[in-house]
Design a protein. Structure first.
Length: 464
């Protein structure tokens, strides 16, 4: 039915998955939800909300009647879309289970618990780089239990031995915006950060859109009041998206997220919008639904964003540095590595994995196809380098835009680098200016608190 990887999860297996979890009032993501067995079970166990993904369009139609579907392909989901979730519960396609679980771990917010089924041989027979990486994550941050052939009497049977993985993402969930914006005042000072008051218009549009939504609901009540004495059917009106009803709270949250994107675009503030900031805004909107979307709150948010830009860029720098140095050829993380990448500093030349991928719809295409997660990484890197060097970020295209019509294997200039991309997903970078390269490494050293050679002085000694 539907596809070769469609194996609906039996209730007794779901019970084993959620054993010991405190789901009351929590938000859960189901990344490969199928027709919604896990979703149904969760909604009957006091969770606050379930969001899901499903690639198969027939299954997606079934799923949309049960919960909010945030994407088709889970591998296209980015961290800022799920920064508010408490748990990820998944029964991924067994043909690519390691890829899905690694992606879940990479984008999960700090403090999130991931519970996943997998083909047990994926863990035991770690012959590939991705399987070694998954095994390393499980051994360091989680556990795995062999459930045996627990699908042998399922809706769709298989005698494959199933593993139950539990992983806790390190850290605690927090946001730089927690505790702000509780004031209902709407007036802002005329000499504030924004040069003209498009914010008032935006807030008015937001408020009126919510009012229209509410009126739509009221029409159903009014209709039933008029007809109840002689017409037995209960009528209602609803707003829909892709033929599925949209709840008022979901409408408000989606409207706010779009409004924040609009504000950032209008104010040319994309230079501050690192992945971490997008995660914080998503989590804030999702979890702080009682906070009013007013002019004063918007101005306050902008002040915080600008005021904390330095610390956010430092965080982005360290995240990029740690990610790339992790991929040196003798790494202990069981990830693919290369001699080009150093383990203690950023090399003049380095290789970035996962930045592009082959187009699944056209595998013969020679044009570069970038990944959303990889674009976030290089985007944060460029924003941080602009911040360090004083370069105007507005003059630099996104990596996606810059590579849209370029071919794999071609060498081209991009921002601070010369680049060459390959179909296997890697991109080879080289700093064009060694002073920028030295400045980046020296900034990393200051943040991490260890001494590093001064690039210019070292080069001068060698020349002598």
């Amino acid at each position: 039915m539907f596809n070769a990887d469609f194996y609906p999860t039996p209730n007794e297996v779901i019970e084993q998955m959620i054993h010991g979890l405190d789901l009351t009032g929590k938000i859960v993501l189901e990344p490969s939800a199928g027709k919604g067995n896990i979703v149904d079970f969760l909604k009957s166990n006091w969770v606050k909300d379930v969001i899901a993904c499903e690639k198969n369009q027939d299954l997606k139609k079934i799923l949309q009647s049960k919960c909010r579907v945030i994407a088709d392909d889970f591998l296209d989901v980015t961290s800022d879309m799920i920064s508010h979730v408490d748990y990820i519960l998944m029964n991924p396609p067994f043909s690519a289970d390691e890829q899905h679980i690694i992606h879940a771990y990479s984008i999960a917010p700090a403090g999130c618990t991931i519970v996943s089924l997998c083909n047990y041989s994926t863990y035991k027979n770690d012959y590939s780089t991705t399987r070694k990486q998954l095994k390393s994550i499980i051994d360091k941050f989680g556990s795995i239990e062999n459930l045996g052939s627990c699908f042998d009497a399922a809706e769709r049977t298989t005698d494959v031995k199933i593993g139950l993985i539990r992983i806790k993402k390190a850290g605690e969930s927090s946001s730089e915006f927690d505790g702000f914006f509780m004031d209902e005042e709407v007036e802002a000072q005329g000499d504030a950060i924004m040069p003209y008051n498009f914010v008032r218009d935006l807030v008015n549009r937001y408020v009126n859109a919510i009012k229209i939504f509410d009126k739509q609901m009221e029409f159903g009540i009014q209709m039933n009041t008029l007809t109840s004495s002689f017409f037995s059917s209960k009528l209602s009106f609803s707003c829909t998206s892709e033929n599925s009803p949209v709840l008022r709270n979901d409408f408000k949250k989606d409207l706010q997220k779009s409004a924040w994107q609009y504000i950032f675009s209008k104010m040319n503030m994309q230079k501050y919008a690192t992945r971490g900031l997008k995660e914080d805004i998503n989590k804030f909107v999702e979890k702080q639904t009682e906070v009013p979307f007013t002019m004063k709150n918007i101005y306050k948010m902008i002040e915080i964003v600008i005021g904390t830009a330095g610390s956010r860029m430092d965080k982005a720098i360290i995240e990029v540095f740690d990610k790339l140095t992790m991929h040196h050829h003798e790494n202990r993380h069981n990830v693919e590595g290369w001699k080009t990448n150093s383990h203690y500093l950023m090399g003049v030349k380095f290789i970035m994995p996962g930045l592009c991928h082959q187009d699944s719809w056209n595998r013969n295409s020679s044009k570069i196809n970038t990944s959303s997660y990889g674009n976030d990484t290089i985007g944060d890197f460029i924003k941080a380098l602009c911040y360090l060097t004083g370069t105007n970020y507005d003059t630099i295209d996104s990596f996606y835009t810059h590579t849209r019509d370029r071919l794999y294997g071609d060498r081209f200039d991009y921002a601070f680098f010369t680049v060459r991309c390959y179909k296997k997903g890697t991109a080879h970078f080289e700093f064009k200016d060694k002073d920028v390269w030295a400045m980046f490494n020296q900034h990393v050293a200051r943040i991490k608190g260890y001494p590093l050679f001064e690039g210019g002085k070292r080069n001068t000694k060698k020349a002598a």
